[in-house]
Write a protein that binds this ligand. Structure first.
Ligand SMILES: C[S@@+](CC[C@H](N)C(=O)[O-])C[C@H]1O[C@@H](n2cnc3c(N)ncnc32)[C@H](O)[C@@H]1O
Length: 405
C-alpha cells in the first residue's frame, strides 16, 4: 500500500485540483502491488467529482482491509472537499472543536457533534449533574464545562492517574475502573444522581455493559445515557463482530426488544421497559432516554361520531359522569342513615321492655287506689249515719263552743 507520504501527496493533489498528478503517483508507486493499484485506479476513474474520488479511495481501502488511519484520512478529505462541511457551520461543539486549536487533546469523530447538540442542548447552561467516563487529558471535560455552563457539576472517571492532572476548578476526576460494578456503584453513591452520563472510556464490551447496567439507575428522571464508539462491537480487536454474542450492540438490540416489552407476553422489564422512554441508535453512538413510562394504550379519535353523535346522548353521558360522585355521596349518606335507624330501633326495643314491666305495676296501683276509694266511701257513709244520731245532735252546742275557743 502507499506509504503515508505518498498517500498524503495523492490526497492533496486531488483536493487541490491536480488529479493527473495523483494518478501518476498511483501508477508509479513501488509500494503498491498490482491488485492495490488496480483498486485505486478504478476508484479514481469511476467517481464523478474530486470529493467522490476521495470517498471512493476511502471505500476501496476499507473493503481491502487497509490501515484504518488511511481510510479515515480519505473520508476526511472527501468531507472537507465537498459541501458537506457546511452542515456543521452552526454546530456549537464543532465551533468549539475547530476554534480551540491549542486546547487539551480532543480526538473526536466529527459526526458526534450534531448528536451531542441534538441530545445535550436541553441541559445546556443549567444546574445539571454530568458524569463522563474516560477523561484522558481533559479535552472533552473542558468542552462539556463550556457547554453546560457555570452552574453544572461535572465529574470525570478514569482508570489512568494521569487524568487527575487535568482536573481543575470546573470538574473533579475520580480514579475508578468502569468494568468494576462495585467501583461504579461507589461513584454513583458518592457523586450521583446524574442528569447526563457519557461513556467515552475503554470501549470494550464488558466496560460498556457493566457501566450502563450499574449507572443507569443513578440517572435522574429525564436524564440521558450516551455511549460513544460503539463501533468496537464490530471490531475483532474488541471481540466484536456483526451479531456476535456479548457485544454492546447485541446488548442494545435486546434493549430495543425490552422497550417494546408491553407488546410481548411476559416481557416487561422493570428498568429497560418501564424506565427507558427512547433509544437512539446512530453510527457509533447510542443514547438512552430515562423516563418513567405509563403502560401504553390506544384511543380512537376522528371517527364519524364526532359529527353524527346525538347531542342528547352525549350530554346525558356527561351528566351521568358529572353526577356519579354526587350519587355515590348520597348512597354513603343513606348507608350512614341506616346506622342511626338501627340505634333508634334498639332504643325503642329497650323502652318497650320497660313499658311491659311498668304496665302490671300500674294496674296494681290502680287496684290499690280503687280499694282506698271504696274505704273512703264507706267511712263517709258511716260519718253521715253518725250525724243523724240523737247523741250527735245533743252534743252539737258543745262542739260549737270548742271551735269558737
Ligand atoms: C478515548 S479516551 C477519553 C477521551 C476523552 N473523553 C476526550 O474526548 O477527551 C479513553 C479514556 O478511557 C480511560 N479508560 C480506559 N479503560 C478504562 C476503564 N476500565 N475505566 C475507566 N477509564 C478507562 C483511558 O484511560 C482513557 O483516558
Amino acid at each position: 500500500m502507499l506509504d503515508s507520504e505518498e498517500f498524503s501527496k495523492t490526497l492533496h493533489a486531488i483536493m487541490t485540483g491536480f488529479p493527473d498528478r495523483a494518478k501518476n503517483l498511483i501508477a508509479t508507486s513501488a509500494n503498491l502491488d498490482d491488485d492495490e493499484r488496480a483498486i485505486l485506479q478504478k476508484a479514481m476513474a469511476d467517481a464523478p467529482s474530486d470529493a467522490g474520488v476521495l470517498e471512493a479511495i476511502g471505500d476501496a481501502l476499507r473493503v481491502s482491509n487497509s490501515d484504518k488511519t488511511l481510510v479515515n484520512e480519505a473520508y476526511r478529505a472527501a468531507f472537507y472537499n465537498s459541501e458537506q462541511w457546511q452542515s456543521l457551520v452552526d454546530d456549537p461543539f464543532f465551533a468549539f472543536f475547530s476554534a480551540n486549536k491549542a486546547g487539551h487533546v480532543l480526538d473526536k469523530w466529527i459526526h458526534y457533534f450534531p448528536i451531542y447538540t441534538r441530545h445535550l442542548t436541553p441541559y445546556a447552561q443549567r444546574p445539571v449533574s454530568v458524569l463522563e467516563i474516560g477523561v484522558y487529558r481533559g479535552g472533552s471535560m473542558r468542552m462539556w464545562s463550556r457547554f453546560f455552563g457555570p452552574d453544572a457539576r461535572l465529574v470525570g472517571v478514569d482508570i489512568d492517574p494521569v487524568a487527575l492532572i487535568s482536573a481543575g476548578e470546573r470538574y473533579s476526576v475520580v480514579l475508578a475502573d468502569q468494568s468494576d460494578p462495585d467501583a461504579m456503584a461507589k461513584v454513583a453513591q458518592e457523586h450521583g444522581p446524574f442528569d447526563v452520563i457519557i461513556d467515552d472510556g475503554g470501549h470494550s464490551m464488558d466496560q460498556q455493559i457493566t457501566s450502563i447496567e450499574t449507572l443507569f439507575p443513578a440517572l435522574n428522571e429525564g436524564g440521558i445515557y450516551l455511549v460513544e464508539d460503539c463501533h468496537t462491537s464490530y471490531w475483532d480487536s474488541y471481540d466484536g463482530g456483526r451479531g456476535r454474542e456479548g457485544t454492546f450492540m447485541e446488548w442494545v438490540k435486546t434493549r430495543l426488544d425490552d422497550l417494546n416489552g408491553y407488546h410481548q407476553e411476559d416481557a416487561v422489564e422493570p428498568v429497560w421497559t418501564k424506565q427507558v422512554d427512547g433509544i437512539h441508535v446512530y453510527d457509533s453512538v447510542v443514547v438512552l432516554d430515562k423516563k418513567m413510562r405509563f403502560a401504553p394504550f390506544a384511543e380512537q379519535n376522528g371517527g364519524a361520531d364526532f359529527v353524527f353523535n346525538s347531542r342528547l346522548h352525549s350530554s346525558i353521558a356527561s351528566e351521568l359522569v358529572a353526577t356519579r360522585q354526587a350519587a355515590l355521596d348520597e348512597r354513603d349518606q343513606a348507608v350512614n342513615g341506616y346506622g342511626e335507624l338501627d340505634a333508634l330501633r334498639d332504643e325503642l326495643r329497650v323502652t318497650r321492655g320497660e313499658l311491659r314491666t311498668a304496665i302490671p305495676r300500674l294496674a296494681a296501683v290502680e287496684a290499690e287506689l280503687d280499694d282506698t276509694r271504696g274505704q273512703l266511701i264507706d267511712s263517709w257513709d258511716h260519718v253521715r249515719e253518725m250525724r243523724k244520731t240523737l247523741s250527735w245532735r245533743v252534743t252539737a252546742p258543745l262542739r260549737r263552743v270548742r271551735r269558737a275557743r
